[in-house]
Design a protein around this ligand. Structure first.
Ligand SMILES: [Zn+2]
Ligand SMILES: [Zn+2]
Length: 217
């Protein structure tokens, strides 16, 4: 199965679409799709919960917030029994995706109901065959890191000052001139969650991908 965020998926050999190169710090930077394509050998075994684990590991996890899938208007969560006590008619995210989505279908996902990071997911295709990896999900392709630039010197930005909204982007030098104590500075990582809550990047180094696309001259 392939999943990717809306219409934007960049193979490593393709130039990024125009929308990936907007002004650093604009809101577009926050909603860029950065993952992309996921492969599972067996859609029937792929439970929404596993996808949740994967999205958290690769892109989202900062401090164990709640999350949910919204598929055809039905929410799927970790603990629907508890949700019911609050009056929400949710179902378990242990559901096999095969039972609830079809090829071509889009669905929604949210991580953290305070500083929410919403994702759009889409089932692109499925294929028959055995995966070489024992992992149920592996990344087939992913987007380059947006080419964020320091607002002072236009060098590559590595830090976001998040006490302003939208966040101000800086290189390390200008970040610490702006905020000598370092408060409110978060690393600019290749994730739609950069700058939110205390997100500093994937806890599993396997998922680090900070390469920036540079056109060949
Ligand atoms: Zn958090
Ligand atoms: Zn700078």
């Amino acid at each position: 199965m392939l999943l990717l965020r809306k219409t934007l998926c960049v193979q490593w050999h393709e130039p990024p679409p125009e929308c990936m190169q907007r002004t650093p710090g604009s809101q577009s930077g926050r909603i860029l799709p950065l993952i992309p394509a996921i492969n599972s050998p067996d859609l029937g075994r792929l439970r929404a919960r596993l996808l949740d684990d994967f999205l958290r590991a690769a892109w989202l996890e900062c401090c164990g917030h709640l999350s949910q899938f919204d598929i055809r208007g039905q929410n799927y969560t970790e603990n629907p029994e508890l949700d019911r006590e609050w009056g929400w008619d949710n179902r378990s995210n242990r559901v096999a995706l095969e039972r609830v989505v079809e090829i071509g279908e889009e669905f929604d996902y949210e991580y953290d109901f305070g500083t929410t990071t919403p994702l759009k997911l889409k089932v692109l295709d499925e294929r028959q065959g055995k995966a070489k990896s024992k992992k149920d999900i592996r990344i087939l392709a992913r987007n380059f890191k947006p080419d964020f630039r320091c607002r002072k010197c236009s060098q590559p930005a590595t830090l976001a000052y998040v006490f302003d909204y939208p966040a101000l982007l800086f290189c390390k030098k200008h970040a610490f001139i702006h905020e000598p104590e370092g408060e409110g500075l978060l690393p600019l990582v290749n994730s739609p969650r950069w700058g939110d809550c205390g997100y500093t990047g994937p806890y599993d180094e396997e998922y680090l991908f900070d390469e920036i696309y540079t056109p060949k001259q």
